[in-house]
Design a protein around this ligand. Sequence first.
Ligand code: SF4
Length: 256
Amino acid sequence: MMKKTSFRTRKSSLYDKNSLEPFKISRSKFFNFLSCQRCFYLDRVIGLKEISSPPYTLNNTVDELLKKEFDYYRKKKIPHPIMLKNKLNFIPYNNENLDTWRNSLTGGIAFHDEKTNLIIHGGIDDLWLDLDNKKIIVVDYKAQSSSYSVSASTYLDSEWRLSYKIQMDVYVFILRKMKFEVSDTTYFYVCNAEKKGDKFDNKIDFEVSLIPYKVNINWIEKKIVEMKEILNRNEIPEININCEKCAYLKGGSSFF
Ligand code: SF4
């Protein structure tokens, strides 16, 4: 028998098709919908909590320090060295709402889709400004450790990095809905922890690479409508037959 703690109790995280209140969907929940409608439905409509995982404290630390570092250049209105190195006529973008936009827990960037009455939101890492065309550039920090150098031609090829591309597509989509002029080109600021040293010595060196990604937002509106249709369904959707987790869970859950 499944324990009650496996279910959500906060009313605002559960979808109620009779409610007139806009329902919030984060960028990551939207990705869950794209990956498996069943898991998404179990979470948002039935209230089954996802299995929790330990927090990515090292990645979060890199993110926090990078935010502080870019804020230094933002305050001075001068380019960060990575922009100069890549010959980009950019500076960090300044906006009084930036801290709110960077925190998904306080709403992040958000757009109310009146057609579906869904609010799509997400927390960005950073925004830069292209001084040539005055467009905003969406930037996401990524910390990782790989023995292979990060390369712009292969970085986004892995299947599991599809979520990175979707993340950027959605951020640009939301910011444009918020009426900002946003560039099609976004950047991943990738910090790769090197393993070359002979010992730890209380430090890790990082190699930093800037990986451009050109967004495609044409698919998003249609998927938001489909997501709303799924939320309104009375039956739990089918499983994603490609998912390893479902095969594992099959015996143990009363939902299967
Ligand atoms: S196939 Fe099953 S476990 Fe996998 S994502 Fe869907 S519902 Fe979840």
